[in-house]
Design a protein around this ligand. Structure first.
Ligand SMILES: Nc1nc2c(c(=O)[nH]1)N(C=O)[C@@H](CNc1ccc(C(=O)N[C@@H](CCC(=O)O)C(=O)O)cc1)CN2
Ligand SMILES: Nc1ncnc2c1ncn2[C@@H]1O[C@H](COP(=O)(O)OP(=O)(O)OP(=O)(O)O)[C@@H](O)[C@H]1O
Length: 189
């Protein structure tokens, strides 16, 4: 069976795990999670680097404080912009106080006319990851397509530890991550 056919069930399972984990987090644990850049990531966030993040929805790990820390270090920020499942994703510039607009799938996105940027570092949302640093996303292929054309960018998955899967099913287009940051660890090659 094509690997894609087993992915929907895995998405359901790991979204439920993530929801359950976040619902049971103590408020102190939630407050410190993803609140500062781990040193390998801080070292990459030098002035002028372009760092793309995302606006978390639901129980996704929230990179907002990591983005603020990168901006504090002189990085330029970008957020993803999509219009549908099938159209390619672009990264648009975003500054801390710029207003966001409602996009599809309940997303908050920069205004469509913000400048398009090519990120050096991409903080990547995910549904599940494995020890080989492969990821399962929302199923639209937005990040697989974006990462495949970005070339030298560094892709860092941001996830709760319960999102780690034994072995994810892989399709030929799946793009590996360079590292994963969870609330309790930094996993890299
Ligand atoms: N916060 C966030 N922003 C992001 C992504 C993401 O995963 N998370 N994306 C990653 O590609 C892109 C948007 N792509 C998406 C593609 C499909 C669905 C989607 O089908 N969502 C389901 C509900 C998911 C759920 O239950 O958690 C839906 O709307 O039915 C969402 C985003 C860019 N921005
Ligand atoms: N580089 C690519 N070029 C064209 N289509 C692609 C590419 N990468 C993935 N796709 C398409 O995206 C669809 C979804 O792929 P998959 O189910 O692996 O998504 P995902 O990894 O969960 O999602 P995402 O990458 O958005 O987080 C597939 O139909 C696949 O054909």
């Amino acid at each position: 069976m094509p690997q894609s056919d087993v992915k929907p069930e895995l998405r359901r399972k790991f979204r439920a795990k993530r929801d359950n984990f976040v619902a049971n987090l103590k408020s102190g644990e939630a407050a410190i999670a993803f609140s500062c850049l781990p040193s390998p990531l801080a070292q990459l966030c030098t002035p002028g680097k372009i760092v793309a993040g995302y606006v978390a929805i639901g129980s996704e790990a929230d990179p907002a404080k990591l983005l603020a820390a990168a901006a504090e270090r002189g990085c330029t920020l970008a957020l993803p912009y999509v219009t549908s499942k099938t159209s390619p994703m672009r990264f648009l510039q975003w500054k801390a106080r710029d207003p966001l607009e409602n996009g599809p799938f309940g997303l908050s996105q920069p205004k469509a006319d913000a400048p398009e940027l090519k990120p050096d570092i991409v903080l990547v949302p995910l549904v599940a990851f494995d020890a080989l640093l492969m990821r399962l996303g929302q199923g639209a292929g937005h990040y697989d397509r974006a990462l495949s054309v970005l070339g030298n960018s560094i892709a860092v998955g941001i996830a709760w530890s319960v999102q780690q899967a034994e072995n994810l099913p892989l399709d030929p287009w799946d793009m590996p991550l360079d590292a994963i940051l969870t609330e309790s660890s930094w996993i890299s090659r």
